[in-house]
Structure formats: structure tokens, C-alpha cells
Design a protein around this ligand. Structure first.
Ligand SMILES: Nc1nc2c(c(=O)[nH]1)N[C@H]1C(S)=C(S)[C@@H](COP(=O)(O)O)O[C@H]1N2
Ligand SMILES: [Mo]
Length: 260
């Protein structure tokens, strides 16, 4: 583990680089577009622009293990994954009465959110692979909100009660997040860099439609750098922690991180 000082130094270095990148984007906007798109291609995106995207992804992916992005696919490749794992989904759920309950790290006080609150956050769509430890994987088109945007909008993840700003307050941020179903029967833990990764979403849509009950309605986690086990369906409670929160599959002997 890097020390806090090292993490902060790295954050500053990266934010400087991202700033240079943003300058480039501005240049492109002011008439440099022809030059920009004539540059050699890198994964289908003109190279200078790719650099900007990468820098921004690094910046927003916080502290900073998570420099990697999961591959994204064309929408036409999206399919409905098999319903896999129903732990915590046994009870009927009234989506109107449902609330997301979040226990603030600093005060421990619980705050409740409606689905409309989550849908009011910037909407993000991505087409990524859902990979199960059983060996299958399916490309899915997800719709939802970044967990990082949620934590930048509501001051829940810091000890001080400030908004989560991973570039300036790393020591203030909770190191872990735990999530569980309303009945507490399925639960996952994430380290904070994974939670703030730009592809970690609170999802309410699958393939252009609201989530169905068996796929985790009204709200599920999607975090495509990790195996399906971490994609908690039917989120009931989110809480922050100083140590690794308990994790259903880790208790059964699987790797706690479950990255791939
Ligand atoms: N509540 C809950 N969420 C869960 C599970 C579960 O048993 N209960 N299984 C996980 C596993 S192992 C996988 S592979 C994915 C599958 O998501 P899907 O059913 O939408 O394909 O959900 C994950 N989320
Ligand atoms: Mo799975």
C-alpha cells in the first residue's frame, strides 16, 4: 500500500496532467478539430483526444489503482444475461415504497433516497461485459448513475461530512464501502478506489429498460472490473467502513477483491 503522502503526490501529478489534457481539448474546440481528427487513430479515437479521455478517466477514477477502464462494446452486441443468484431477492419488493438507505461515514446517521433522487444524478450509459466466476460472460448495456457522482453530490463518504473529493481529502474519505440487500442476506464490500471508479454505477436500467426484479430492480451495482459476484442486485443499504466490509462470496472462500 502506498502511504497517504504518496497517494496525494500522485493525485496532484495526475491532476496536472489532466489539466494539460483539458487544454488540448479546448484547443481542439477552438478550431483544432481538423488537426485533431487527422491524427493517427488509437482504438478508434484520434490519439490526442484519447489522451484527454484517459487523463480525465485517471483523474475521476480517484486514488488511483483504478487507472484501467473495462472495455466497452457496441450496443448491438448487448444481450440479456442469465438470471444468476437470487440471494436477498426472495421477498416481494414494492418499488414505490423502496428507499436506498445510506449510513453516513462521519455521523453514522442514515439518510434515505428515492429512485428519483438517483435518476436526478447525471445519467451514464455503458456497454460492458458482465463476467461471472462460473465462466460465462454477457455484454450488457447499462443505464444508471456513477456512485462517484452520488458521493460528490451528497456528503456521506467523508468523516468530516464534506463532499467526497478524492483529490483533496483522501484521509477524510472512508476506505471501504459495504452494500447489502434490504433483507441483509446478500452483501458485498468494495475498496473506495473501486467504488469511485468511473464505471462503477448504481444502475436502474438494463438494455434500455428498467431493471426487472430478478436482475435487481429498482437499483443494482455494476462494476465491470470485478466479477458478477460484486454486482449486488436490489441494493437496500450502503454503509462505509474502516475495514473490509463482509462479503457474501468472500465468506465462501472467493477472493475479496474479485477483480479480473
Ligand atoms: N442480491 C443478489 N445480487 C447478486 C447475486 C445474488 O445472489 N443476490 N448474485 C451475483 C452474481 S454471482 C452474478 S453473476 C450477478 C448476475 O446478475 P444477473 O442475474 O443480472 O445476470 O448478480 C450478482 N448479484
Ligand atoms: Mo456470478
Amino acid at each position: 500500500m502506498p502511504s497517504e503522502a504518496e497517494v496525494l503526490a500522485e493525485a496532484r501529478r495526475r491532476s496536472r496532467r489532466a489539466f494539460i489534457g483539458l487544454g488540448l481539448a479546448g484547443l481542439a474546440g477552438l478550431g483544432g478539430w481538423g488537426w485533431l481528427v487527422s491524427q493517427p487513430n488509437d482504438e478508434g479515437i484520434a490519439r490526442p483526444l484519447r489522451k484527454v479521455l484517459d487523463a480525465n478517466a485517471r483523474l475521476s477514477s480517484a486514488y488511483f489503482k483504478s487507472t484501467r477502464l473495462a472495455p466497452e462494446f457496441a450496443r448491438i452486441r448487448a444481450r440479456t444475461p442469465r438470471v444468476n443468484g437470487k440471494v436477498g431477492l426472495a421477498e416481494e419488493l414494492d418499488p414505490v415504497a423502496w428507499r436506498l438507505r445510506v449510513q453516513a461515514y462521519g455521523t453514522g446517521q442514515t439518510q434515505e433516497f428515492t429512485l428519483a433522487d438517483i435518476q436526478a444524478l447525471p445519467r451514464v450509459e455503458m456497454v460492458t461485459e458482465l463476467k461471472c466466476i462460473e465462466g460465462w460472460s454477457t455484454v450488457v448495456h447499462w443505464g444508471g448513475a456513477r456512485l462517484s457522482d452520488f458521493l460528490a453530490r451528497y456528503p456521506l463518504a467523508t468523516r468530516s461530512g464534506r463532499l467526497a473529493d478524492p483529490l483533496s481529502s483522501t484521509q477524510d474519505l472512508a476506505p471501504y464501502v459495504g452494500m447489502r440487500t434490504p433483507d441483509d442476506k446478500y452483501y458485498v464490500g468494495l475498496d473506495m478506489p473501486s467504488a469511485l471508479h468511473p464505471q462503477t454505477l448504481l444502475c436502474y436500467e438494463m438494455n434500455g429498460k428498467p431493471l426487472t426484479a430478478t436482475h435487481g430492480a429498482p437499483l443494482r451495482l455494476v462494476t465491470p472490473l470485478k466479477y458478477g459476484t460484486k454486482h449486488l442486485k436490489r441494493i437496500g443499504t450502503i454503509a462505509f467502513a474502516d475495514t473490509r466490509p463482509k462479503d457474501y462470496w468472500a465468506e465462501l472462500g472467493y477472493d475479496w477483491d474479485s477483480g479480473h
